[in-house]
Ligand binder design. Structure first.
Ligand SMILES: Nc1nc2c(ncn2[C@@H]2O[C@H](COP(=O)(O)OP(=O)(O)OP(=O)(O)O)[C@@H](O)[C@H]2O)c(=O)[nH]1
Ligand SMILES: [Mg+2]
Length: 182
């Protein structure tokens, strides 16, 4: 049995805690406290250390899911949490003031993982905020010389979050096959 570590990241309110809770088979570990930064986001609570959840794959391998805190004063946690990570899921809140800038920031912060094709971008709230469109995110990643799959996701829906992980795993397998050939 193998274990893999995946990181869910993205700005405050992007849905990291919600996504992990949607798929974890254990009660997720959450470190949310009352949100005293209402100008940044109106929601009631925010994560201060990490989220943690687990998923067992059909063949017995285990995914350990870690969520980063969204507030920028906890940036130092990003490095700590990404140690040894197999892949990263960048969540975007498309209702935020500048979702493309948010993506750039996180792709840059996790550039090592992203550039080795072990990342995916999930854009949330596309139903109410269709602009910028998925194409714009792909284009923005391309401008950073990064190739990363981008898909629309509702982090409250288990099937959506699992589909995102499936696409991420296909991406990782394809990259590993390429490496083996080269
Ligand atoms: N209406 C609506 N709500 C959504 C959608 N996607 C996510 N949400 C809500 O947005 C909120 C996201 O909050 P969290 O999961 O706490 O976000 P987070 O990324 O963990 O935030 P921090 O820990 O503060 O960084 C939750 O209340 C979700 O229910 C959507 O498509 N529509
Ligand atoms: Mg959170």
């Amino acid at each position: 049995m193998k274990e893999y570590k995946l990181i869910f990241t993205g700005r405050m309110g992007a849905g990291k805690t919600t996504a992990i809770a949607a798929i974890s088979e254990i009660p997720p570990v959450q470190t949310d406290v009352t949100n005293n930064d209402r100008p940044a986001h109106a929601k009631a609570t925010t994560t201060v250390a990490l989220d943690y959840g687990e998923v067992t794959l059909p063949h017995g391998d285990k995914l350990r899911l870690y969520g980063t805190p969204g507030q920028s004063r906890f940036d130092f946690m990003w490095k700590i949490l990404s140690e040894g990570a197999l892949g990263v899921i960048v969540l975007i809140d498309n209702s935020a003031p500048d979702p493309l800038a948010d993506m750039r920031e996180y792709l840059d912060a996790f550039r090592d993982i992203v550039s080795s094709s072990r990342a995916i971008v999930g854009v949330g709230r596309c139903d109410t905020h269709p602009v910028p469109g998925i194409d714009s995110f792909c284009e923005a990643a391309k401008e950073m010389a990064l190739s990363v799959p981008v898909m629309s996701v509702d982090v409250r829906r288990r099937e959506d979050v699992l589909l995102m992980l499936e696409v991420l795993f296909h991406q990782i397998e394809a990259a590993e096959a390429d490496e083996a050939l080269s």
